[in-house]
Design a binder for this molecule. Structure first.
Ligand SMILES: NC(=O)c1ccc[n+]([C@@H]2O[C@H](COP(=O)([O-])OP(=O)(O)OC[C@H]3O[C@@H](n4cnc5c(N)ncnc54)[C@H](O)[C@@H]3O)[C@@H](O)[C@H]2O)c1
Length: 263
C-alpha cells in the first residue's frame, strides 16, 4: 500500500536516547518494528520482545505478553544483559472482527489478554527497573479506543482500556519519576489491517478512498508512530504524562459527510 514520501528519513540526533535500554513488545514487524528502529536511531539499545523472531539484526527475546512467566523471563533477561531498563513500549496487539451476538467468549478474552492484560503484565514486571532509571512507558492504543469500526467490540474495548491504563500508570508511577503516555494510531499500513483492505479486489481504489478520509490525504506509515514514541520516551517530553496522543493524519477530526455532499 502506498503512503506518503515523508515517512522514511530520520534526520534527528542519534544521541537523544544514548545509554537508555528499551523494550518494544511486538517489535518483530509493523508499527513495533518501526518504533524499535526509531528508538535505535535515537541511540537506545533496543530489545524486541515478540512471539516471532524479527529475522534481522534486532536483539530479540521470545515473549508472550499474555504469560506472566514469559514476561518475567524477558524483563529479567534484559536486566541481566544490560543492568537497566529505561523505556517500555507496550505495542504487541491483535485485531479481528466478530459480531457482538455471535462473539465467542474465548476470542473476547484473547483480545483482552494480548491487548490489555499484556501491557499490565509487562509494566508490572518492569516497574522496579523503571523506578531505578526514572523511566518512561509508552502504550500503543488506537483511535478505536475513541470510536470504532463494525465488529470491533473486543478490539475497541481493549484499546479504550489501554488508554485508561495509561492514565492510571501516570498517577501511580509519577511519584517515582516514571512517565506513562500512549499513542493512538489511526490507519497505519501494516499486516494488521492488510486483510481488511484485501477484501476488496481493487486495492488502489481502497487506498485512494481511505486517503480521502484523512485531512492530510493519505494513510499513515509505521515510522509516523515511531517518531512520536521516541519523543514521548525522551527527555523532551519530561513534563508530559498521562496523555493519549492521536497519530491519525487528522482522521478523527473529520466526521464523514455523505458521498453526494463531498467536494
Ligand atoms: N495498523 C494499524 O492501523 C493500527 C492502528 C491503531 C493501533 N494499532 C496498534 O498498533 C500495535 C501494532 O500493530 P501492527 O499494525 O504493527 O500489527 P502487526 O500485526 O503488524 O504486528 C503485531 C506484532 O505483535 C506481535 N504479537 C502478537 N501477539 C503477541 C503476544 N501475545 N506476545 C508478544 N508479541 C505478540 C506479533 O508477533 C507482531 O510482531 C497493536 O497494538 C495495534 O492494535 C495498529
Amino acid at each position: 500500500m502506498t503512503t506518503q514520501p515523508s515517512a522514511v528519513s530520520d534526520t534527528r540526533s542519534s544521541e537523544r536516547l544514548a545509554g537508555r535500554v528499551a523494550l518494544v513488545t511486538g517489535g518483530a514487524q509493523g508499527i513495533g518494528r518501526a518504533i524499535a528502529q526509531r528508538l535505535a536511531n535515537a541511540g537506545a539499545i533496543v530489545v524486541v520482545g515478540d512471539l516471532n523472531d524479527p529475522g534481522d539484526a534486532s536483539q530479540w527475546i521470545e515473549l508472550d505478553v499474555t504469560s506472566s512467566d514469559s514476561v518475567a523471563a524477558c524483563v529479567d533477561e534484559i536486566a541481566a544483559r544490560y543492568g537497566r531498563l529505561d523505556i517500555v513500549v507496550n505495542n504487541a496487539g491483535i485485531m479481528f472482527e466478530e459480531d457482538i451476538e455471535t462473539h465467542r467468549e474465548s476470542s473476547w478474552q484473547k483480545m483482552l489478554d494480548v491487548n490489555l492484560t499484556g501491557p499490565f503484565l509487562v509494566t508490572k514486571a518492569a516497574v522496579p527497573y523503571l523506578k531505578a532509571s526514572k523511566g518512561a512507558i509508552v502504550n500503543v492504543g488506537s483511535i478505536e479506543g475513541f470510536s470504532c469500526n463494525p465488529g470491533h467490540a473486543a478490539y475497541a474495548a481493549s484499546k479504550a482500556g489501554v488508554h485508561g491504563l495509561t492514565g492510571a500508570l501516570a498517577v501511580d508511577l509519577g511519584p517515582f519519576g516514571i512517565r506513562a503516555n500512549a499513542v493512538a494510531p489511526g490507519w497505519i499500513d501494516t499486516e494488521l489491517n492488510a486483510s481488511f483492505v484485501d477484501r476488496h479486489p481493487d486495492r488502489d481504489e481502497v487506498v485512494r478512498q481511505l486517503g480521502e478520509l484523512h485531512p492530510v490525504g493519505h494513510i499513515g506509515d509505521p515510522s509516523d508512530v515511531g517518531d512520536v514514541v521516541v519523543w514521548l520516551a525522551s527527555d523532551e517530553a519530561r513534563f508530559v504524562t498521562g496523555q493519549v496522543i492521536t497519530v491519525d493524519g487528522g482522521r478523527l477530526s473529520k466526521p464523514p459527510l455523505p458521498g453526494i455532499l463531498q467536494a
